[in-house]
Design a protein. Structure first.
Length: 313
């Protein structure tokens, strides 16, 4: 669990984790140079937690990697600090990965913490236009996502990962700092043939944006736009890009239009400039990723069409 200035959030997430019906786990907290009293709170109230205290803020992706490297279990749950977990959350996810050894990850049902009849996400979906989003985000929970089925990837803020898959796919890309690092990892996992299963019986409640403030924070506005382009540069097979180029271009124009309407064209331009400066390293990574993938480009396209067709539950 990475955390940054999340003292109040820890008062919710940690007790709900310690109340899990599946009790055979360790808690590793990576504190990313918090200036509040998070460390003293953990030491006083949860001394059983293993705490990694960073001296400087390294970003979400690097903090996750530190936690994964310290973890010792067969499975690794990645958790944002702005969650509350249903008592059966961990049991349900572990059970599914135990039953499906071919799956590398399991994704839960996320509900809005403040409005618990509203979906925050029912697994992540990667789309034909090169974007990714949480399935059902903002919709009323009417039971439309109650089937256990394949999705693209879990949101890294509330998912269970097989340790063997984490080892083979490799670390989260620290050049992303945060945002879309889980989409990048999910694409690399899919290209190596790892399934992700959505588990509706595993439920968590997500506050959303409590640490970063989302797009209202200029830095993270830039990272969201930059990193979505990075995912396409690194991970999307050439055949996918060629067959879906009009969709991809239209999606990027739609994002540009949102930036203009929000009067943040300058930030959008900064994101594009940062993408250009970082692109040589992402192109180098792409060569290795595409050389080692185990599924064909046609099979990848077929999977994306499947995820898109199941986006509505």
């Amino acid at each position: 669990m990475p955390t940054y200035n999340g003292r109040k959030l820890l008062e919710v997430i940690v007790p709900s984790l310690m109340a899990q019906s599946h009790t055979d786990f360790e808690l590793v907290v990576v504190d990313d140079a918090s200036s509040d009293d998070s460390l003293s709170y953990l030491a006083e109230h949860w001394p059983q937690a293993r705490v990694i205290a960073n001296r400087q803020n390294v970003g979400v992706a690097a903090a996750i990697n530190l936690g994964v490297a310290a973890a010792q279990g067969e499975y690794v749950a990645l958790l944002n600090n702005d969650l509350e977990l249903d008592p059966g959350w961990l049991h349900e996810l572990v059970s599914v990965l135990h039953r499906h050894p071919e799956a590398g990850t399991a994704s839960c049902k996320l509900l809005n913490y403040w409005r618990r009849d509203e979906l925050d996400g029912a697994g992540d979906i990667f789309c034909l236009d090169g974007t990714a989003y949480r399935r059902g985000h903002g919709d009323a929970d009417r039971g439309q996502y109650e089937l256990e089925q394949d999705v693209f990837a879990p949101t890294a803020g509330a998912g269970l990962y097989r340790s063997a898959a984490l080892s083979e796919v490799g670390p989260f890309d620290e050049s992303f700092f945060m945002y879309f690092e889980d989409v990048d990892w999910g694409l690399r996992a899919q290209l190596l043939g790892y399934r992700c299963l959505y588990v509706p019986s595993a439920i968590a409640y997500h506050m959303g944006g409590e640490t970063t403030a989302g797009e209202s924070n200029p830095r993270y506005f830039v990272l969201q736009r930059r990193n979505l382009l990075a995912v396409l540069i690194k991970d999307a097979p050439a055949l996918f890009l060629l067959q879906n180029l009009p969709r991809v271009i239209f999606a990027q124009l739609r994002i540009l239009r949102r930036s203009v309407r929000a009067r943040r064209l300058r930030l959008h331009a900064r994101a594009f400039a940062e993408m250009l400066s970082q692109s040589p390293r992402w192109w180098r990574a792409r060569r290795s990723i595409q050389r080692h993938r185990r599924i064909s480009a046609r099979d990848f396209n077929r999977m994306v069409r499947y995820w898109s067709s199941h986006a509505a539950g």
